[in-house]
Design a protein around this ligand. Sequence first.
Ligand code: GAR
Length: 206
Amino acid sequence: MQTKPHLQSIVILISGGGSNMAAIVRAAQKEAWDTHYGAQVVAVISNKPDAGGLRLAREHGISTAVLEHGAYGCRDDFDQALAAAVARYDQPNRPALVVLAGFMRILTPGFVAQHAGRLLNIHPSLLPAFTGLHTHQRAIDAGCKYAGATVHQVSAELDAGAILEQSVVPVMPGDTGQTLAARVLATEHTIYPRAIRNWLAAQARA
Ligand code: GAR
């Protein structure tokens, strides 16, 4: 896919299967975000070379890059390299929107501050409940009747930025972490593209 110089760049960061990334790319194409919101998914960056999402991105003709966090001496060095990789897609006076889609790295306060207001994440729980890992099993163990997912702005504190969208999924008798995760993931594919679309629309109005 050719990068068009006048469009708002969207850069998606992944670590794994990339199903949210693929849902966002599909929505961007189906809903013509380039025409309606002046935006385009231009790159997918993974911190893992074997992330399945990389192949999916290439199938959609999107540029991919791998930055292996293990190759960097410390968290700051990795985040600086990541910031530089993202900045390649900034437009003049229009920095890229950075979308974390199953990106399993905690970003440094420096990276977060540099991308404040244009750094989104999806987390598989009804925040502020169950920040961190193993969210589905923890929701089951706590006896929750409902679980879900949250799209939020990223702030310096883990999984704590302003909430943009949530989906609610009933916890069924007999659910395991895996069965619940699969049902929650299906809803993520709806709320994440919607949150990004709303973010783009708000930018266009600003
Ligand atoms: C998604 O469930 C996402 O919410 C979660 O990882 C999965 C990635 O799936 N993210 C986190 O847990 C971040 N703390 P995907 O690679 O198929 O989009």
